[in-house]
Design a binder for this molecule. Structure first.
Ligand SMILES: C[S@@+](CC[C@H](N)C(=O)[O-])C[C@H]1O[C@@H](n2cnc3c(N)ncnc32)[C@H](O)[C@@H]1O
Length: 337
């Protein structure tokens, strides 16, 4: 007998509302570092709770609810990692531990408490959360640098898996110089440079990000330029890349950034925008949920192909073609109009 018809509408609603339990539980598990604790082998709940200095029974219940989603194994009081919870470890490539910590963090939930404000006004709700700043990035820099560090590492872990599919989806061999705007620690550029050692690869970033990236450029593959793409962009380049940045900005700021890029482009330069493309159908659960996070945190958005084309047009640029890739980001190839 099928007693749990997941398609029944009331159950669908209950299931969606219960996801808050999984989100927060997963985040607390990531914060506690449970996956790291059992990285070398399964452990009893007694030992785990002693090591973590938490209540044994409550920890067991937390792990039990996560195990119901395939996160951790929990058999006869013994906790182990699954293929999924392995990615909550701190030391694995592509770790999602900091993404889980960030999405369930206290500050994030305070902002989420104000979603009504975003829906009513169409703008960010960050200021409504009374976190000591109206702006997410100022909050990280001036109020809560620890949260800023978790955010940077979360972003890095989040887009880690996108770099290889993006690099293999485009032929960069025609370029002598490539500049990655807002390229964080320069991982994408290093991957391009590994494939095309002769290209001049420049990372254009804010001062704190350049300082961090310089430390990690152990093979000295990159050039560094400190700057603000809201002000002006240097140097001239055959190719500019802006990956996973424009979704952080509202339409007028995005046009401003695009105009600044255009001013640094020669007539034959190309701009590659690497971003998610939203479709207007009912697919893309993940992309459409991130769109709400962008609205809430920054008054920004994920965009459709048509929305990008309109902003490019306003900035005096032209969308040549869109290249789909085996990751959630597409490559929009752009030239001067
Ligand atoms: C969401 S992250 C994307 C990072 C990277 N491109 C990736 O795909 O992982 C946005 C990046 O833009 C940089 N950024 C933000 N504002 C900037 C500005 N005004 N000028 C230059 N870079 C900026 C941040 O430092 C951050 O590294």
């Amino acid at each position: 007998m099928n007693r749990t018809n997941v398609k029944a509408p009331p159950l669908q609603i209950k299931g969606i509302m219960a996801q808050m339990v999984f989100t927060r539980s997963l985040s607390v598990a990531a914060e506690l570092g449970i996956a790291d604790q059992v990285a070398n082998g399964a452990e009893s709940i007694e030992i785990l709770s002693k090591n973590l200095k938490v209540d044994r029974e409550a920890l067991g219940r937390l792990i039990r609810v996560l195990a119901s989603q395939g996160i951790f194994r929990f058999d006869n009081g013994i906790v182990g990692n699954t293929e999924v919870s392995e990615y909550l470890r701190s030391d694995v490539p592509g770790s999602q531990r900091n993404f889980a910590r960030m999405m369930g963090s206290q500050w994030m939930w305070k902002v989420f408490n104000n979603l009504e404000h975003s829906v009513t006004t169409g703008g960010s709700a960050f200021g409504e959360a009374f976190l000591g700043s109206d702006n997410l990035f100022v909050y990280f820099q001036q109020v809560n640098p620890e949260a800023g560090k978790v955010f940077s590492q979360a972003m890095s872990g989040f887009s880690y898996a996108f770099d290889a599919p993006l690099v293999s989806s485009y032929d960069f061999s025609e370029f002598n110089s490539i500049t990655d705007l807002g390229g964080a620690e320069g991982r994408l550029l290093k991957m391009i440079k590994d494939k095309h050692p002769d290209v001049k690869a420049t990372l254009f970033e804010l001062p704190h990000a350049v300082a961090q990236a310089q430390k990690s450029d152990t093979k000295q593959q990159l050039e560094f330029v400190t700057g603000d793409f809201q002000q002006a962009i240097r140097p001239e380049s055959d190719c500019f890349i802006i990956k996973y940045c424009l979704h952080n900005w509202n339409d007028s700021d995005t046009v401003k950034i695009l105009k600044n890029i255009k001013n640094s482009m020669r007539d034959d330069s190309k701009l590659l925008i690497m971003d998610m493309l939203i479709t207007e159908d009912d697919s893309q659960v993940f992309e459409k949920s991130l769109d709400i996070v962008m609205l809430l945190l920054l008054g920004a958005k994920e965009r459709t192909r048509e929305e990008f084309a309109a902003l490019l047009d306003e900035a005096g640029l032209k969308l040549n073609r869109v290249i789909d890739t085996p990751c959630p980001l597409s490559i929009l190839e752009v030239t001067k109009a």
